[in-house]
Design a protein. Sequence first.
Length: 470
Amino acid sequence: MKTGIYSLQVKDLIKIEALKEVPEMQLKWLIDESAYVSISAGDFLFEPGEELKGISIIIKGRIELYFLQKNNKKVISEMTEGTITGLLPFSRAKMTTGYGECKEPTQILSFPKDKLKELIVNHYELTEALVHVMTSRVRDFTALQQQNEKMMALGKLSAGLAHELNNPASAIVRSSVSLKRHLEVAPDAFREVMALKMEPSEIDAASEMMTQMICSIEKPKLSMMKRASLEDETLDWLDENHVAEVCDMPENFTEFGLSIDHLEDLKKQIKPENLSAILTWMNNSLTTEKMVSDIGEASKRIADLVGSVKNFTHMDNGGDKQFADMTIGIRNTLKMLDHKIKKTGIAIEEDFDETLPPVNAFLGELNQVWTNLIDNATDAMEGVHQPKLIIKTKKDREFVNVSIIDNGPGIPEENQSKIFDPFYTTKEMGKGTGLGLDVVNRIVKQHHGTVKVSSEPGKTEFLVCFPINA
């Protein structure tokens, strides 16, 4: 970086859109009080954490503004000829937050911050133009960060949904492949059964037991040790009774509640030479039932997830306020974040007042509130032993109170007054934009409610007070 004298003229600054209405005398003063800086390609105008030294006006060249997120470059914008940046009048910024890398040789007019007071007092039109630059920059940056916030939230939800959908989808694929293979061998079992010379009483006994197993409302719930013990007993019984090709019989019979007593009862009603073929036929039928059931449960899981997405986003509703059950919205949000909650090992405690009346709200926006608060709570509990999230709802006169409580390390007292400020974040670079709680605060205020925080180590509570008929 080189500083020197350059014959920059007022006409060069008038070409800049933001300065074209500024009187020439003021632009001349700006040039006289500034330094002309040349920066080589590959060098930095600024890096994160540096103190802002004044106003920078790019006369020639190109500067790339970016952040590093987990060592990956995230380009925010590009500053070219005519861009005004740095410490502008009335700005509260003190430090740089990203990298400004010159992509080609760049010349900059650098105005020192110790002259800002003189600028504000004596040069009204120039100050006005620079303040307008600052407000435009804040507006554009806010819009960009809000978009980033939405994309980050969408990314988290998408990752969770992809994981949740992958499990039942994979189960459907596995079960359908297994079912196809199973059906390929079914004709052999059918041939064996048809070749039997069975009495009507034998057919009735086998049919009745099959109906009982398949139509049972609930399968027995067994511990792993109990299940293993019953399977071993069934295998021993099958061996003692010379049943051929037992394969997965012990597993299927145990799962459907077919006990040794049942088998003994069936044995008494069937000729010994028919027992093996009948049990093989029953096992094949139970295997088919099991696979069809698995496919049905997995398909229902996918349908439930899709339904939760629709309810969460309110895809079928318009953009107007509607009366709706707030508890359903919170539960849909938990379902959307289920993968992250499970991954962190968080225990969920729900203390919902099931008598709450419906609230009048923009439902899609209301779910943004729960998403941001629950997502922040899960982030706060990362690394915590036995993390726990408590969600409470209760009616308080004409309001509904929702408490979201985590047992994370807490928010330092000096930070509690700033956490709802735009762009304020305690998360690492790339993990947060500082707009999540600002969005929460804005949405709740839009509905004439309030959101407060109280925090100490081991307990942080966000309390949302929401009017029933906003």
